[in-house]
Design a protein around this ligand. Structure first.
Ligand code: 5RP
Length: 221
């Protein structure tokens, strides 16, 4: 199977996971990226079975609306029963690196408001230790160089993602060469640097369920 076919298989599995729990007033949290897009496309078929969704990015909001799914502001919804999103890496304890699509801050906020985070990913995303994928850090633009110097002190090789402006008007630094032995500590350490908005480690709030697309079918962890 191609990687896209694996992603579509987990998108379908996520639909099967949530469908029995959908009610007319259900509002879902929906992530960002190619796997989340496949999920949104399938979700469209169920749009009359739930109320709507909170989007983790402008791109996701646009795709949801194109499918006729109502998009709600998070401030008006309260706790969400599910957040469904992909990942750039996920470890055996369901901690993740996210933000390859630069949506990490809103993803983390929506995930924080969800009772269950369902991660949908193809098998290439599963790793023993996080850090092979460069860790994204969203920064206030004027702090970029300072934050980069502080990241070097943590052992990272920080690279400015040129030309990318986040939905929040900020910039992204990608951290290469980070050995992330303790994701929880690293998440807190990077967040403590002045000028950092969020980093892409989802350890304090990891996934609750992983639907992993493999050659042997979708596996649930
Ligand atoms: C976007 C993300 C995505 O979830 C992550 O990049 C995975 O994307 P894809 O499903 O395209 O592989 O964190 O900020």
């Amino acid at each position: 199977m191609t990687q896209d076919e694996l992603k579509d298989a987990v998108a379908a599995a996520a639909i099967d996971e949530i469908r029995p729990r959908l009610e007319r007033d259900t509002i879902l949290g929906v992530g960002t990226g190619s796997t989340a897009n496949l999920f949104i496309d399938r979700l469209a078929e169920l749009r009359h079975e739930f109320q709507g969704a909170v989007a983790s990015s402008e791109a996701t909001a646009k795709r949801l609306r194109q499918h006729g799914i109502e998009v709600f502001e998070l401030n008006s919804t309260g706790t969400l029963p599910f957040y469904i999103d992909g990942a750039d890496e996920i470890d055996l304890e369901l901690r993740m690196i996210k933000g390859g699509g630069a949506a990490l801050t809103r993803e983390k906020i929506v995930a924080a408001c969800a009772e269950r985070f369902i991660c949908i990913a193809d098998a290439s995303k599963r790793v023993a230790t996080l850090g092979g994928f460069p860790l994204p850090v969203e920064v206030i633009p004027m702090a970029r160089s300072y934050v980069a110097r502080e990241l070097v002190k943590l052992g990272a090789d920080p690279v400015y993602r040129e030309g990318v402006v986040t939905d929040n008007g900020n910039q992204i630094i990608d951290c290469y060469e980070l050995m992330i032995e303790d994701p929880l500590a690293m998440e807190a350490r990077i967040n403590a640097i002045v000028g950092v908005v969020t980093n892409g480690l989802f350890a304090a709030r990891g996934a609750d369920v992983l639907l992993l697309g493999t050659e042997d079918g979708v596996k649930r962890f």
